[in-house]
Design a protein around this ligand. Structure first.
Ligand code: ADP
Length: 279
């Protein structure tokens, strides 16, 4: 064993005098200046994690911040489609340039690199995790106030690697009422605690629907328990989003920047304050 450097954060030796975990964070590209990184996580795919990531990106951009989205959901990439971005990624010897939306949100996604975006990505975990690290290291993000990471779904190996490799300032947990919410939140909370990453709060998607005729709120999946669950963990509920055909069509048409609902306005403001943005 080499001589002790007394700096546990850079040392990989598992010796008896270790006082703190090794820092596994990858360095960002030399031409990136990213102030804050937020992970958006969920227990499984299809609960609206990408929708929430895109909505938060739009709302934070509207508040005047420089926003980027790293689409780490490699097997289900949907960020470019929601923003209607099809541009090819160009590069230089320093790295890849992230394409921008109409309003200037930068993004990197595997869908922007595939020849045919409809072709499924069938990669094993380590390749997926390696791609996410590359998006972090090889993308020339430039100046970014908030980089939102649409994390791979679940709490397995791949999201864990993302958690370890990127310097996350906090996570937002997205769930839907038909899931075993307390279990999902518990697992995500465990993962975040292990890495000392604060949980910024919970978003419940597909919470309810509104009858288009009488305006009555219908709890399609039964009553929501998100408030009690959040309280049990000491987290905030950042927002509840109904099943809303307009949201689905904004994503399908690539026009999410035209978002005109206020479901996540409070969430964006809470995140702004928790990160100390604009101070
Ligand atoms: P995930 O990222 O968790 O896999 P997505 O955000 O891609 O999930 O959502 C899956 C699909 O469901 C998308 O087509 C999306 O537009 C649609 N969707 C998600 N949430 C809502 C909602 N609240 N109302 C209507 N459609 C929704």
């Amino acid at each position: 064993m080499s001589e002790c450097t007394h700096n546990c954060s850079t040392c990989s030796a598992n010796c008896s005098s270790r006082k703190e975990p090794q820092d596994l964070h990858e360095p960002a590209n030399a031409k990136s200046n990213i102030k804050h990184v937020i992970g958006v996580v969920s227990g499984k795919g299809g609960v609206g994690k990408s929708l929430v990531t895109c909505m938060l990106a739009v709302l934070l951009q509207r508040k005047g911040y420089k926003v980027g989205v790293l689409d780490a959901d490699i097997t289900g990439p949907s960020v470019p489609k929601a923003f209607g971005v099809k541009s090819e990624v160009t590069g230089s010897e320093d790295g890849m340039f992230p394409p921008e939306t109409e309003k200037g949100i930068k993004m990197m996604s595997v869908n922007l690199l595939l020849e045919d975006e409809r072709r499924p990505v069938i990669w094993r975990g380590p390749v997926i995790a390696g791609t996410v690290k590359q998006f972090w290291k090889d993308t020339i993000w430039g100046d970014i106030d908030v980089l939102l990471v649409d994390c791979p779904p679940g709490t397995g190996d791949v999201p864990l690697t993302v958690f370890q490799s990127l310097p996350l300032d906090g996570i937002v947990i997205v769930s839907s009422p038909q899931e075993l919410v307390s279990m999902i939140v518990g697992k995500a909370a465990n993962m975040a605690n292990m890495m000392n990453i604060p949980v910024l709060g919970l978003v419940e998607n597909m919470s309810y629907a509104v009858c288009p005729d009488c305006g009555k709120r219908i709890n399609i999946y039964g009553d929501s328990h998100i408030l009690e669950i959040a309280q049990g963990f000491g987290y905030d509920v950042l927002g509840q989003i109904p099943l809303d055909a307009k949201l689905a069509s904004l994503c399908d048409n690539g026009t999410i920047e035209e978002l005109d609902s206020d479901y996540l306005d409070i969430a964006a403001t809470v995140i702004e304050h928790r990160l100390g943005l604009g101070e």
